[in-house]
Design a protein around this ligand. Sequence first.
Ligand SMILES: Cc1cc2nc3c(=O)[nH]c(=O)nc-3n(C[C@H](O)[C@H](O)[C@H](O)COP(=O)(O)O)c2cc1C
Length: 219
Amino acid sequence: MSHQIIEDLTSRYTTKKYDRNRRIPPQDIAIIKEAIRLSASSINSQPWRFILIESEAGKARLDATFKNKYQPNQHHATDASHIILFAHNPIYKKEDYKKVLDINVALGRLKPEVYDDVLNGAFHFAALHSDENGCNASWTKAQTYIALGNALHVVARMGIDATPMEGIDSELIAEEFADELGGYVCDVALAMGYHSQQLDRNFGQPKSRLAMEDVFKVV
Ligand SMILES: Cc1cc2nc3c(=O)[nH]c(=O)nc-3n(C[C@H](O)[C@H](O)[C@H](O)COP(=O)(O)O)c2cc1C
């Protein structure tokens, strides 16, 4: 099958070793940020926050969070050009959703007279995913993976290498980046940059996926 989308998704791969001397240009970072911001989410909740790590100081802070576990991913903290922490709001409230609806009113997408009905109606859906303490983290976390998948495709299109990482220490990240996270939880991150021509063992490997008929049932 020949199509640009298929080519992008076939050629992208999980980079295992970065060239620490290469930086993603700022104009590309701006596109990646905007693409992530534009990601879809359930009821347009956008229950996320993205911490972009680009400075040496920021990378040193991330590096320190690997002291207890997931050391195989540690070198990405310092070798990758940029790392994004994908964080979710573990207790997404009506107040959070109001921010979205206020934007809709300002855009003329929502009439003020139906504001409360829409708020209650849509938030009912969020409530279905909440426990008795208002925790809806499994639902909000799922939204961050939509942004992650979007980012993976976008960077592939741009010829930028990437490494999605669940192998991160969420507890230490919560401590180290407490100010930036503001109570949001980071369980997944994305390292980005350019692979090491000499040392990236994953580069050039054939794509390994289950057969089409195993994953698709067409009715
Ligand atoms: C949510 C998620 C978490 C992942 N976590 C890690 C990780 O911590 N370290 C790593 O080297 N690869 C990680 N990977 C990469 C997967 O192993 C990889 O995507 C998979 O083997 C398919 O290979 P490909 O990305 O090269 O196509 C992760 C991928 C995803 C989507």
